[in-house]
Design a protein around this ligand. Structure first.
Ligand code: PNS
Length: 162
């Protein structure tokens, strides 16, 4: 059983996240999309809202072979992965600028839990500049994010901003 977790803030989930999930499907039997409960970061969406959005957009990438589930967690990613008996942590890399931060996290996670490997997947070029923070900033200032986040997410962002 090859089980991985794909941890992140997902505030909000983007098409870049979906692209990484799609790419990881052939590699694992089960992937748990693990949403970090981080109220101190003042997220746009509550952890429940983020989990619900992901649940709703997953059918866009589901392939029937790999089991996709959504869960939330607090505390260390390495502890969550261990509790779930996962053997891998999936992270997406968009550009070389992501690498340093991701490398530090991967090495720290390996120190915390040596049996779990971090697997880096490269996002599609068209999402190389897509981040949740950029999406929130552009949308809040009236810019278009169509095609960069799922339609449902765009609608939820519109609702949030009233
Ligand atoms: O989508 P993000 O915000 O880049 O995801 C970052 C995340 C959630 C993977 C990272 O902040 C994390 O793992 N947080 C949980 C706390 C933790 O384990 N910190 C040590 C990481 S080495």
């Amino acid at each position: 059983m090859r089980r991985a977790i794909f941890p992140g803030s997902f505030d909000p989930p983007t098409n870049g996240h979906l692209d990484i999930i799609k790419r990881s499907l052939p590699l694992f039997d089960e992937i748990i999309i693990a949403v970090l409960n981080n109220p101190e970061k003042n997220p746009m969406f509550t952890v429940e809202e983020r989990c619900e959005m992901i649940q709703k957009i997953l059918p866009e990438v589901e392939n029937g072979k790999c089991c996709l589930t959504v869960d939330s967690f607090s505390g260390l990613t390495a502890d969550f992965a261990r509790r779930k008996q996962a053997t891998a942590i999936v992270r997406g890399i968009r550009a070389i600028s992501d690498y340093e931060y991701e490398l530090r996290m991967a090495l720290m996670n390996r120190r915390l839990e040596p049996t779990i490997e971090t697997v880096f997947l490269m996002a599609a070029e068209e999402y190389a500049y897509v981040s949740s923070n950029l999406m929130k900033q552009v949308f809040t200032l009236g810019g278009r994010v169509e095609g960069l986040v799922p339609e449902l997410v765009e609608n939820r962002m519109r609702e949030k901003l009233g």
